[in-house]
Design a protein around this ligand. Structure first.
Ligand SMILES: NC(=O)c1ccc[n+]([C@@H]2O[C@H](COP(=O)([O-])OP(=O)(O)OC[C@H]3O[C@@H](n4cnc5c(N)ncnc54)[C@H](OP(=O)(O)O)[C@@H]3O)[C@@H](O)[C@H]2O)c1
Length: 213
């Protein structure tokens, strides 16, 4: 499968690229926004495509079978960029995927995107933006999977998670490496099709946990 990773130069995006390349089942296409990131993507084994979520990036969807969206404006930018990237950029990506006849779209969302009002102010704006993008994907007709992790941490993956539509104790965290493995595994796991679920590090091997969501 030709898989387009949007946000490929990000911490999680890079790990998704490595996971796709290691899987040997997929060919990774990496959407990046700076030409200076081309060499790094090629070294990882991906085909780099330069595009910006705030502009027209429809051309990166050619010869793509599935999308994994891992981009985000980050916490150092203001609410305007959160809206432009996390919400409008994601919505444009969903619409382009549909226009180009793609079927599969996997969204890296966030725990709390369905309950933004319980979060502090800046986080509430971010979670509302993520929630609106998720809702657009739900209504798009695409074969979606919406993955909502809790706090992301660096470090080696454990290969074990808890995955559920709503995890009762949301206080844990999950390594970006495990999130990347989950996003890649979702591509072919039919039990994740048309599903939205939360993930944290836990006790169940990723493949097994995804079969039960
Ligand atoms: N941090 C958490 O605890 C947490 C928890 C739950 C969910 N999440 C979600 O997980 C996502 C990934 O997290 P992360 O830490 O891996 O993110 P990250 O390292 O900040 O990566 C974000 C990526 O988005 C790209 N991007 C930003 N604006 C763009 C634009 N206009 N056009 C194209 N690409 C653009 C960045 O590109 P550049 O390299 O060019 O900047 C970068 O590749 C977050 O965005 C968030 O939505 C995070």
């Amino acid at each position: 499968m030709n898989v387009l990773v949007i946000g490929a130069s990000g911490k999680t995006g890079k790990l998704v690229i490595s996971s796709l390349v290691n899987s040997s089942q997929h060919f990774a296409k990496a959407m990046i926004r700076k030409a200076g990131q081309i060499d790094a993507m090629e070294e990882l084994g991906a085909k780099p495509l330069v595009g910006d979520l705030e502009e027209d990036f429809s051309y990166v969807f050619d010869e793509v079978n599935a999308v994994i969206f891992t981009a985000g404006s980050g916490s150092s930018t203001g609410p305007d960029k959160t809206t432009a990237v996390d919400e409008e950029g994601a919505i444009k990506a969903i619409d382009f995927a549909k226009e180009k006849g793609l079927d599969r779209f996997i969204m890296l969302s966030s725990m709390g995107a369905d309950t933004p009002s319980i979060a502090p102010n800046a986080t509430e704006h971010y979670l509302k933006a993520k929630g609106r993008a998720d809702q657009h994907l739900l209504e798009s007709g695409l074969n979606y999977t919406i993955v909502r992790p809790g706090a992301l941490v660096d470090g080696e993956g454990t290969g074990k998670i808890i995955a559920s539509p709503s995890i009762p104790d949301k206080s844990g965290s999950i390594t970006r490496e495990d999130v990347a493995e989950v996003l890649t595994a979702c591509l072919n796991e039919t039990e994740t099709y048309h599903k939205t679920f939360e993930i944290l590090n836990g006790d169940t091997p990723i493949d097994e946990a995804l079969k039960r969501v």
